[in-house]
Design a protein around this ligand. Structure first.
Ligand code: ZN
Length: 167
């Protein structure tokens, strides 16, 4: 699952309850369109347990787009995030190189990829991520999330790498 607005759920001890400061840059028109594809895909999410519909879109350097949605399950850990669903669809379609990925909620609320999805995407390089960045803690409660483009490595600076035989 992905982080919604940085607010820890009641009764949890999640350390990441603070809202990150905005990083990255404003998106291009093409990147906004990719975000739109992710948000449109979210309508197809299967999220009967959380109600959090998430869509993701991956684009290759040639402009081919693959989308995915979150697919929840009665056995919660079996659920799949939208980013990894999009990645699986793209790879199944023969794609191996990606320029950017977008992730969006159906409502437009801010969301960032979870750590597992960052790791999954990092397998294919340092993509640009188009996301609705959470408003800073100092912002008004009704502040709208800002669309930002961040490098994957800004969110996951050191991905896991499988050690080689000589390591
Ligand atoms: Zn995820």
């Amino acid at each position: 699952m992905a982080d919604t607005d940085g607010t820890p759920a009641a009764g949890t001890s999640r350390a990441a309850g603070r809202k990150p400061e905005a990083v990255g840059r404003a998106p291009s028109a093409a990147e906004r369109a990719l975000f739109g594809r992710a948000r449109a895909a979210a309508a197809q999410a299967y999220a009967p347990y959380s109600g959090l519909r998430v869509g993701a879109a991956l684009v290759t350097p040639d402009g081919a787009v693959s989308t995915g949605v979150n697919v929840e399950n009665a056995s919660y850990p079996v659920g799949l995030c939208a980013e990894r669903a999009a990645l699986a669809a793209a790879v199944a379609g023969g794609e191996r190189r990606f320029a950017a990925a977008a992730v969006a909620t159906g409502s437009g609320a801010a969301i960032l990829p979870c750590g597992a999805c960052l790791q999954a995407l990092a397998e294919f390089g340092d993509l640009d991520l188009v996301v609705a960045w959470p408003a800073p803690a100092s912002a008004d409660a009704g502040a709208l999330p800002e669309l930002r483009v961040v490098a994957l490595r800004d969110l996951l600076s050191t991905p896991f790498v499988l050690p080689g035989p000589s390591s």
